[in-house]
Design a protein. Structure first.
Ligand code: NAP
Length: 440
């Protein structure tokens, strides 16, 4: 009997859960190939989850165990589907293909001046400080007094916190040493977090907000007047326990007041970005905000760095259906609409929401759909075996970072950390990662 063969595109939490669940749940022998465009696995666990949240990041240890122990799961890193292999080739060589490639694009504000230097998608900033191989150490020079972050989600808080962290705290993380140094050289004293709606509608979690109150040497500034709710917010808060808890924490912060620290994070609510102003040389110098509830009330905030943290957005391969508005792939119970044998899981399926663990249930739904289809009576497994896809990649001179090669990168990072008294220091450059992985 031939083994079933499933390709999973993306090795982030969603792809890793898919690989694990496919092999755990399948009644028939199954081989799973996990394709990853980066030389390192685990997607947002490695490059998204905040470096100062080691507990959440530690989920990568259980994913590692899955790849270490399951001989029928392969990791094929440094392989980009859509560039090195086409969707048609995957469909030809595998019984099923699950897309779990996340939401790698950003939403924009759509305001005049947004293309000024110094205005970035928060994803770029996060990629930079996480040492993502697509970013460059020189992407950010943290010179200025005030940074503005637009959006009231957890990613906005991650970025605000990282901008205010002390060197000592940053050295407890795995970020590259040159990034620690760039933060050490930062001159930013204030971060202003801007929400277009009132505080009751903040999307970040209470736990993440409370973490700010424990930040070393940083005041958290909230205007008590902003906590006087209008009827829409009051009604929402009455029905929503998370909003009530968050409002109670805002009140606690407002009551605590400021201690006069050199650094601060200030929250501004009910303000919609209107225009980004530049200094005449194309660099951001200020952002104009209008009061959402009273558009004639306009405020100008001088700033040298604007991060828009207004949500991520998915991307589909050419030929796949795509919902432009949601940034997701249309599907029925994870089956991609109109494409037999193609499935979707994670942020590409349900949009950029939820925590890491949310992806397990989402992956299980996709896996059950795959198994129901492949284990239905009369289904015949494909004839192609693993060597054919390997040969195809070799014929295109693709250097595949397999699991052993990733382990070499992993060990190099641990060794680099040990040398300077840190647990791990990530390799930033793709070339360096590939060199350590054995590419010539
Ligand atoms: P998010 O939670 O959806 O927040 C996006 C924010 O952007 C919202 O405040 C939204 O306001 C605002 N926004 C959208 N369009 C805007 C516009 N045109 N102008 C001004 N503001 C705009 O997204 P996220 O922060 O990127 O997080 C993505 C997911 O990852 C979330 O589920 C999050 O919880 C999760 N995450 C979790 C953690 C953690 O657990 N520690 C850390 C990071 C991320 P409106 O509400 O008004 O639309």
């Amino acid at each position: 009997m031939k083994n079933l063969r499933v390709a999973v595109v993306g090795s982030g939490p969603s792809g890793a859960y898919c690989a694990q669940l496919l092999t755990e749940e399948s009644q028939s022998p199954m081989d799973v190939d996990v394709f990853e465009r980066l030389p390192a696995p685990f997607g947002l666990v490695r490059y998204g989850v905040a470096p100062d949240h080691p507990r959440i990041k530690s989920i990568s240890q259980s994913f590692t165990t899955v790849f270490d122990e399951a001989s029928n799961i392969r990791f094929l890193g440094n392989v980009e589907v859509g560039r090195d292999l086409s969707l048609d080739e995957l469909r030809e060589h595998y019984d099923a293909v699950i897309f779990a490639s996340g939401a790698p694009m950003d939403r924009v504000l759509g305001v005049t001046g947004e293309d000024a230097a110094g205005v970035h998608a928060v994803r770029q900033f996060v990629s930079w400080y996480q040492g993502h191989p697509d970013s460059d150490p020189a992407d950010f020079v943290l010179k200025g007094d005030r940074a503005v972050i637009v959006g009231l989600g957890n990613v906005a808080l991650d970025a605000a916190r990282m901008l205010m962290r002390t060197n000592e705290a940053l050295r407890q993380t795995d970020i590259p040493e040159h990034i620690v140094e760039a933060f050490a050289a930062s001159t930013f004293k204030e971060v202003v977090v801007v929400g277009r709606r009132g505080p009751a509608f903040a999307k970040f979690t209470n736990k993440e907000f409370l973490e700010l109150l424990d930040l070393e040497q940083t005041d958290i500034v909230i205007d008590p007047a902003d906590l006087e709710l209008d009827s829409i917010q009051a009604e929402f808060a009455e029905k929503n326990g998370s909003a009530r808890r968050l409002l109670a924490s805002f009140a606690k912060a407002a009551e605590r007041g400021v201690a006069g620290h050199e650094k601060s994070i200030r929250f501004v609510f009910d303000r919609t970005p209107l225009t980004v102003l530049d200094d005449g040389d194309g660099n951001v110098s200020a952002i104009e905000l209008s009061k959402t509830s009273d558009p004639n009330d306009i405020q100008t905030l001088e700033t040298q760095l604007v991060l828009r943290s207004v949500g991520y957005y998915g991307r589909a391969l050419q030929g796949m259906p795509f919902d432009e508005q949601k940034g997701t792939i249309p599907h029925e119970d994870s089956r991609v609409s109109g494409m037999d044998g193609v499935y979707v899981a994670g942020w590409l399926k349900r949009g950029p929401n939820g925590v890491v663990g949310t992806n397990r249930g989402c992956a299980l739904e996709a896996v059950m759909a795959v198994l129901a289809d492949l284990q239905s009576p009369g289904y015949n497994a494909r004839t192609s075996d693993r060597t054919e896809i390997d040969q195809l990649l070799a014929s295109r001179d693709v250097f595949v970072v397999d699991w052993a090669a990733w382990k070499a990168i992993d060990e190099a990072e641990l060794a680099a950390g040990m040398k300077i008294g840190r647990e791990r220091v990530k390799l930033h450059s793709r070339d360096e990662m590939l060199r350590v992985a054995g590419a010539v």
